[in-house]
Design a protein around this ligand. Structure first.
Ligand code: ADP
Length: 808
C-alpha cells in the first residue's frame, strides 16, 4: 500500500444509494442544500470532490457518523442546473479515499481525506486472479444479458487487476453494503478474490434461474402446442360437422360422470374413455362405440344400495295378500328369509322355485321384492346357449352388448334388487361356451363379488343382489348350479284351487287392468269352473288368466260402445261364457268316452306339469316290424320294446297266435308331438296298448295308468305321482292305476281329489290287464280270454287301408 500517503482537503458529497468506484463515470442528481454547497465549493477549487455513501439512505440530514469513512475522490465533469433548483452532475471516480476528519460541518461538509490507492502495481501474481475473474465475468455476461457491450470491452481491455475488480464491482447487481465492502478493500488481490466469490455466487443464482426459466418455457411451449392442436382439432371437427354438438355431448357426459357414484376402478376407466372420446371426431364409429360404453357405465347402479330390512311379518302379509294357498311354499320362503336375516347377508344359497308354468313362481318372486322394499327385475335364460349372452361380448365386436345380467341391472336404479333368473333349466351348452359356468359365477357367493362382464370389462359386485331362479324341472339344471340353490317346489293346482285363485286374484286384477274396476262385472263360480274345465287344461293358471283377460276385453268393448254402463250389471254365467269365449276348447272331462281298441291313456310327468298322454297302437299286415312315432325319447322307446317282449312272451296266455309277429307290423304312436316325452313310466301303458291291439279288446277310457314294466310283467314304481294324478283329475279320468309301491306318495294328494278318483294299486301286469281292459266277464280277464280261445290278430281286424292305419 501507499507509503507516501497523501492528504487532501475536499468538499464531501454524501450519497444516498450508490457507491462510486474509481474509474466509474456516473450521473448524480443533487438537491440537498449542503450537497449543492459542496458542489459549488468544488467547482471553485479544481472540481475535486469526495463521494461517500450514507449508511442509511433514509437519513436526509446525515451527520459524520451516518457516513462511511471510505469513499472515492472524484472529479466533476459536468454540471447542469435544473429549473427546480436541483443539480445534475456527471462525476468520475478517481481513487479511494479515507475521511480522516471533518473540517467543516455547518453549511457544507469539508473533509480532510487520505488517498488510499494512488499507486497501482501490475504485479505478476495478480495476473492469475485477474484471469479467473475475467473468465467468471465472461460466464456472468453470458447469463446476464443486462451487462452492456461497452462494459464488457472495458473490463476485458483493462490491464490493471485492481481496475478490473472495480469495473466489475460497479456493474454487479450488489446492494450498498456489499459495494461499500468492496470499496473498502484497497488490497487489489483481496478485492479480486472477493469479486470472484461474488461473481460465482451471482453466476450460480443466474444458472438456477436459467434452468427454471428453461423449464417454464418448455412447459409453456408444451401448453401452447396442446392448445394449438386442440384448437386445430376443433376446427377440423367443425369442418366435418357436429363439432359443437359433440362438445355439448361431451360436457353432458362429463357432468353425468361427476354426479354418478362409481367405484374407483370404474371411474378411472370412464375417465380414460372420456379422454379418448375428446380426441375423436364425434360422428365417427369409434366415438359412437365409446359413447355407448360410457352410457352403459352410467346406466347401471354400482353403489346405489337400498337398505335391506327383512321383516318376516311383512313378508307373510305380502305373500298372503298376493297369493291364494301355497301355504307350504310361503312358509319355506319365510324360513329362507329368516335364515338370511340371522346370517345378516344375502350371500349363501340362492332361492330356486321349481314347478310347472303358471303356478306363481314369478309372482312369488315379485312379492318377495315388494315385501323387502327392493326393486324387481327379471331376465329369462330360456334358450340361452351362448356364454356371451350371460357375460356379454367384448367391445371389439361390432354391435357388442353387455350380457343379460348387466342388461337386467340397467332396468333398475338400485344395486341390490331382487333379480329373477327365469328358466335356468333351459340353458343349453354348445361350442359357443357353457352359459352354465358363467351363471355359476353369477350365483356363487365365492365369486360373484368380482363378476366380469366382457363388454364392461370391469369387475362388478353382484354379491348384494337377491337372486331368485326358476325352473320347470330339476333334472336339467346343471349339478353345480343346483348345489348352490335352495330348491322350493311348487305343484300343479287342483281345479278347486284354480277357481279360488281366479275369483280372489285373477278376476279382480284383470278387471282392474282393463279399466273395469268401477263396473259391476261378476263371474259366477260355475262359469269359472267351466273356464277351467273347458277352456284350459294346464297345471298352472296362466291360460286361465288369459281366458279371463279375453272376457275382460269383450266387456271393455261393451263399455266403450255403451252397451254397458256403471249402473248395469254384467254377470258371466255358464251360459254366457260361450258368448265371450267361443266354442269350448276341451271336452268336458266328465263326458263319457268310448272304449277303443289300442288306445291307452298314460300318465306322464313333463316340463309343463303332469299330463295325460294318449297312446295309439295299430296292427297292420307286415313282417314283425315295430314302428314307434311321436318324438319319444330313448328311455320311452325302450319301454315300448320291453312291453313288446312281455306281450310276445305271454302271447299264449293272452290268447294270441304266438306266431302273429311273422305277418303283422305294429305301429305305436304317441300324439302331441310338441311335448318332448321321455321316462320309463309308460311301460304298462304300452303293454296294455299292444295287448289291446293284438287281442282286439278295447281299453277302458275312464282309466289312466303309470308304471314301469319288467320283461316278466312286474310293475315298478315311478316318480311324479302327485303331478300325474292331478293331471288325470283335470282330464276327467275316474280310475288311475299306479304301482303299489307308490302308495306312500298318495299322502301328498289333496283329499278332495283322492275322493273323486278310484286309485288302484297294481303289482303285476295281470292286475293291469284286469283293470284296464274293457271286457264283460265276472271271472276276470284270463277266464274271458280263455273262453274266447286262440286267435290271430289280423283276421278279425278291420283295416280300411293298410298304408294308413287308423284307430276307429
Ligand atoms: P310362473 O312364473 O310360475 O310361470 P306366474 O308367476 O307368471 O307363473 O303366474 C301366472 C299368473 O298366475 C300370475 O298372474 C300370478 O299372479 C297368478 N298366480 C299364480 N299362482 C297364484 C296364486 N297362488 N295366487 C294368486 N295368483 C296366482
Amino acid at each position: 500500500m501507499a507509503d507516501n500517503a497523501k492528504i487532501v482537503e475536499v468538499p464531501l458529497l454524501p450519497l444516498r444509494d450508490i457507491v462510486v468506484f474509481p474509474d466509474m463515470v456516473v450521473p448524480l442528481f443533487v438537491g440537498r442544500d449542503k450537497s449543492v454547497e459542496a458542489i459549488e465549493r468544488s467547482l471553485k477549487s479544481g472540481k475535486q470532490i469526495m463521494l461517500a455513501a450514507q449508511k442509511d439512505p433514509q437519513v436526509t440530514d446525515p451527520l459524520p457518523d451516518d457516513i462511511y469513512d471510505v469513499g472515492t475522490l472524484s472529479t466533476i465533469h459536468q454540471v447542469v442546473r435544473l429549473p427546480d433548483g436541483m443539480i445534475k452532475l456527471l462525476v468520475e471516480g478517481q481513487v479511494r479515499g479515507r475521511i480522516e476528519s471533518y473540517i467543516e460541518m455547518e453549511s457544507v461538509f469539508v473533509v480532510s481525506a487520505m488517498v488510499m490507492d494512488f499507486q497501482r502495481a501490475t504485479m505478476l501474481d495478480l495476473e492469475r486472479g485477474r484471469q479467473s475473474v475475467l473468465e467468471a465475468f465472461e460466464r456472468f455476461v453470458q447469463l446476464n444479458k443486462k451487462v452492456g457491450k461497452e462494459v464488457q470491452s472495458a473490463v476485458t481491455s483493462a490491464v490493471d487487476p485492481g481496475r478490473v475488480a472495480d469495473l466489475i464491482a460497479a456493474n454487479l447487481d450488489l446492494d450498498i453494503e456489499d459495494r461499500q465492502f468492496l470499496l473498502e478493500i484497497s488490497d487489489d488481490e483481496l478485492r479480486l478474490n472477493e469479486i470472484l466469490r461474488l461473481l460465482r455466487g451471482q453466476i450460480e443464482v443466474l444458472e438456477i434461474e436459467k434452468k427454471i426459466q428453461g423449464r417454464v418455457k418448455e412447459q409453456m411451449e408444451r401448453n401452447q402446442k396442446e392448445y394449438y392442436l386442440n384448437e386445430q382439432m376443433k376446427a377440423i371437427q367443425g369442418e366435418l360437422g357436429g363439432g359443437d354438438d359433440g362438445r355439448a355431448e361431451l360436457e353432458e357426459l362429463r357432468e353425468k360422470l361427476d354426479a354418478k357414484p362409481l367405484p374407483e376402478h370404474a371411474r378411472e376407466r370412464a375417465e380414460q374413455e372420456l379422454k379418448k372420446l375428446r380426441l375423436m371426431t364425434p360422428s365417427s364409429a369409434e366415438a359412437a362405440v365409446i359413447r355407448n360404453y360410457l352410457e352403459w357405465i352410467l346406466a347401471i347402479p354400482w353403489q346405489e344400495e337400498r337398505p335391506l330390512d327383512i321383516d318376516l311379518d311383512k313378508v307373510r302379509m305380502v305373500l298372503d295378500e298376493d297369493h291364494y294357498g301355497l301355504d307350504r311354499v310361503k312358509e319355506r320362503i319365510v324360513e329362507f328369509l329368516a335364515v338370511r336375516k340371522l346370517t345378516d347377508s344375502i350371500r349363501g344359497p340362492k332361492l330356486c322355485l321349481v314347478g310347472p308354468p303358471g303356478v306363481g313362481k314369478t309372482s312369488l318372486a315379485k312379492s318377495i321384492a315388494r315385501s323387502l322394499d327392493l326393486e324387481f327385475v327379471r331376465q329369462s335364460l330360456g334358450g340361452v346357449r351362448d356364454e356371451a349372452e350371460i357375460r356379454g361380448h367384448r367391445r371389439t365386436y361390432i354391435g357388442a352388448l353387455p350380457g343379460r345380467i348387466v342388461q337386467g341391472l340397467r332396468k333398475v336404479d338400485s344395486s341390490n334388487p331382487v333379480f329373477l333368473l327365469d328358466e335356468i333349466d333351459k340353458l343349453a351348452s354348445d361350442f359357443r361356451g357353457d352359459p352354465g359356468s358363467a351363471l355359476l359365477e353369477v350365483l356363487d357367493p365365492e365369486q360373484n363379488d368380482t363378476f366380469m362382464d366382457h363388454y364392461l370389462d370391469l369387475e362388478l359386485d353382484l354379491s348384494r343382489i337377491f337372486f331368485i331362479t326358476t325352473a320347470n324341472g330339476l333334472h336339467s339344471i346343471p349339478g353345480p348350479l343346483r348345489d348352490r340353490m335352495e330348491v322350493i317346489e311348487l305343484a300343479s293346482y287342483t281345479e278347486e284351487e284354480k277357481i279360488e285363485i281366479a275369483v280372489r286374484h285373477l278376476i279382480p286384477k284383470q278387471l282392474d287392468r282393463h279399466g273395469l274396476g268401477d263396473y259391476k262385472v261378476s263371474f259366477q263360480k260355475p262359469a269359472v269352473r267351466k273356464m277351467v274345465r273347458n277352456y284350459t287344461r294346464e297345471a298352472g293358471v296362466r291360460n286361465l288368466e288369459r281366458t279371463i283377460e279375453a272376457v275382460a276385453r269383450k266387456v271393455a268393448v261393451d263399455v266403450v260402445e255403451e252397451r254397458v254402463n256403471k249402473d248395469s250389471r254384467t254377470t258371466i254365467t255358464t251360459k254366457t261364457v260361450r258368448d265371450y269365449l267361443g266354442p269350448e276348447k276341451f271336452r268336458d272331462p266328465d263326458e263319457r268316452r268310448d272304449d277303443l281298441v289300442g288306445v291307452t291313456q298314460g300318465l306322464a310327468w313333463t316340463e309343463v306339469g303332469g299330463q295325460v298322454l294318449l297312446t295309439e297302437v295299430t296292427v297292420v299286415p307286415g313282417r314283425g316290424k315295430l314302428d314307434v312315432t311321436g318324438k319319444l325319447g330313448d328311455v320311452m322307446q325302450e319301454s315300448v320294446r320291453a312291453a313288446m317282449s312281455y306281450v310276445r312272451s305271454r302271447a299264449d296266455r293272452l290268447g294270441i297266435d304266438p306266431g302273429f309277429y311273422r305277418n303283422v307290423d305294429l305301429h305305436v304312436h304317441v300324439p302331441e308331438g310338441a311335448v318332448p316325452k321321455d321316462g320309463p313310466s309308460a311301460g304298462i301303458t304300452m303293454a296294455i296298448g299292444l295287448t289291446s291291439a293284438l287281442t282286439g279288446i278295447p281299453v277302458r277310457s275312464d282309466t289312466a295308468m303309470t308304471g314301469e314294466i319288467t320283461l316278466r310283467g312286474r310293475v315298478l314304481p315311478v316318480g311324479g305321482l302327485k303331478e300325474k294324478i292331478l293331471a288325470a283329475h283335470r282330464s276327467g279320468i275316474q280310475r288311475v292305476l299306479i304301482p303299489s309301491e307308490t302308495e306312500k306318495d298318495l299322502e301328498e294328494i289333496p283329499d278332495d281329489i283322492r275322493s273323486q278318483l278310484e286309485i288302484i294299486l297294481v303289482e303285476e301286469m295281470d292286475d293291469v290287464l284286469q283293470h284296464a281292459l274293457s271286457f264283460d266277464d265276472p271271472d276276470g280277464i284270463f277266464a274271458y280270454l280263455e273262453k274266447r280261445g286262440m286267435r290271430h290278430p289280423l283276421p278279425d281286424m278291420v283295416i280300411p287301408d293298410s298304408d294308413q292305419p287308423s284307430v276307429n
